[in-house]
Design a protein around this ligand. Structure first.
Ligand code: SAH
Length: 220
């Protein structure tokens, strides 16, 4: 497994992470708990060996299967919007590399993560398990959510959706929050949905982002 070779976290990596965190702070991320998680998790474990030396630049990277690991700023921004408390139940749609999953676990969340691409699902499971992170992994279609484990205190979607999936709204706990980028293939708006009661939702917008699309079904 190629990942093993790069599973050393040197003082150079740690220094680069500190710089990354300073950069994120300069870009407006002010939740110190989120920043501490980013400073702790070795992002270079989650990117391809050919990108490893760039792992601490504030950029997205290819992780195979046409998908990307989100830019650190985006991870920090979405995590900050999620306003996580320890022990909350979080549903993450789009495991991808597993990096965002690790950040959520570092913040004390109980994470249920869904990925539709078999290859990425397997890779993320291997890496996170080796790092001793234990989310519940699912190969599946995030549009369906995970009704058997609902309700969730928080739902985080890390792929661009065309609309807010009704099933995810239903699986959100009253008082819960969903963070989801919604738009077309090129550009999406970061939406935060607060579930006020079973029928009442309040939404707010937090700027434009560009994610890979949230697609229907499982990739064979
Ligand atoms: N959080 C990830 C971001 C990966 S990019 C990371 O930090 O690396 C978004 C991921 O969402 C891709 O891996 C893509 O395959 C996945 N995805 C897209 N549509 C999906 C769906 N309907 N259900 C589950 N995963 C989906």
């Amino acid at each position: 497994m190629h990942a093993k070779i790069f599973m050393t976290d040197s003082f150079i990596h740690k220094g680069l992470r500190k710089k990354l965190v300073d950069g994120l702070r300069a870009k407006g991320i002010d939740n110190e708990t989120v920043l501490a998680a980013i400073e702790k998790v070795p992002r270079h474990f989650f990117v391809d060996s050919s990108f490893a030396r760039h792992a601490y630049e504030d950029k997205p990277f290819s992780i195979g299967a046409g998908q990307t690991i989100s830019q650190p700023f985006t991870v920090a921004f979405q995590t900050q919007l999620l306003d996580l408390k320890r022990f909350e139940k979080v549903l993450e749609i789009g495991t991808g590399s597993g990096y965002q999953t690790a950040i959520l676990i570092e913040l004390g969340a109980k994470v249920y993560t869904i990925e539709r691409q078999r290859e990425l699902f397997a890779k993320a499971q291997t890496i996170l398990t080796e790092m001793n992170y234990s989310p519940y992994f699912f190969l599946g279609d995030g549009y369906e959510g995970k009704p058997t484990f609902a309700p969730f205190d928080k739902i985080l979607v890390t792929a661009g959706a065309k609309n807010i999936p009704q099933k995810l709204l239903e699986q959100l706990a009253v008082g819960g929050k969903m963070v989801i980028p919604v738009g077309n293939l090129e550009i999406q708006e970061m939406i935060v949905v607060n579930k006020i009661s079973e029928e009442k939702y309040k939404t707010a917008k937090y700027g434009e982002f560009s994610f890979v699309p949230m697609l229907q079904g499982i990739e064979k």
